[in-house]
Design a protein around this ligand. Sequence first.
Ligand code: MN
Length: 373
Amino acid sequence: MKLNKAIIILALMTIAIPSNAQNNQTETKAQNMNNALTPRRQGLAVIASLEAKGDQAGLEAALADALDNGLTVSEAKEALSQLYAYTGFPRSLNALGTLQKVLARREAAGITDNPGKDADPLPAGYDALKQGTTVQTQLTGKPFDYSFVPATDYYLKAHLFGDIFARNNLNFADREIVTVSAISALPGCEPQLIAHVSGARNMGVSDAELRALPALLEEKVGAAEAERLRGALKAVLGDAHTPVQTVDFSVWPKGQPNTAYAQYFTGNSYLAPMDGGVANVTFEPGCRNNWHIHHRQVQVLICVAGRGWYQEWGKPAVQLVPGTVVEIPEGVKHWHGAAADSWMQHLTYHKDVQEGASNEWLEPVSDEQYYQE
Ligand code: MN
């Protein structure tokens, strides 16, 4: 008897091992690619996040990219339509309107977009509440009941996870990539974002795919969206991440890498020249310029976003927040930069510029000096 039991256990283990090995192989393959997300899924993620952000101009470009990268018209419509349940009809309808415009323009330009496949009709006698309850349980990993408001519980189960998720022109994993990317653009919805990162895993999205999302959103949507998602990945996957305060580059642009002055900076800074001799400088968290002196000219700093520091030699550092204006007298040794945990943007210009004005760059601000703040 005991032997028989052992054989059965061994047999079960033999069945289990190839299946695990297969999963590991898939994971490794995905991680080895530059981006674990297919171009089609990258398109879904970006359009979903821009829909939620309400960035129509960005969405217009992203929809064209997504269609060029294999997303079908049916899938694009479905993703933006599903999102009404997460971002509201105003955002969803605006995005669908933008899609309509993009498709018309592409057609006029002679581009033939793949219409894709419509969702199949639901079987006769389809029970949305029953099916939705099953889907929601799979997504959350356990039965979910919102008994405080039974009507909302019903809408979630029967409508969102029953009616909408039953449409098979997007699969569950696609839908969770759409949802996670959209909620990343909704401030104050961190608990839902965490729940859906977890839900995405339960619906078959790989950890490698999830880990590829923040950099994609950072590039195509914004820093704040990427930062929120990194926070959720930390909560669910335990990934190391130190939270930072982001700034909205749609207000003051990030500009281009400040390569000309990089040798005088610790960390990365970006430069966006403006009219009238004004420059908009963006510092990443922890970035600061070397100690330096402006000779025969006065420098003015106007902090416009994030949080940072200005320090004169021998004096305590002064915090820079939006609205802080600093006038740096000529000949004074100083530095300016971001806080360790925040991006910072300041405008700068020089005044009272005299003949022979110059900047004298000195030693870097050491970590010891910087963290004294
Ligand atoms: Mn300066």
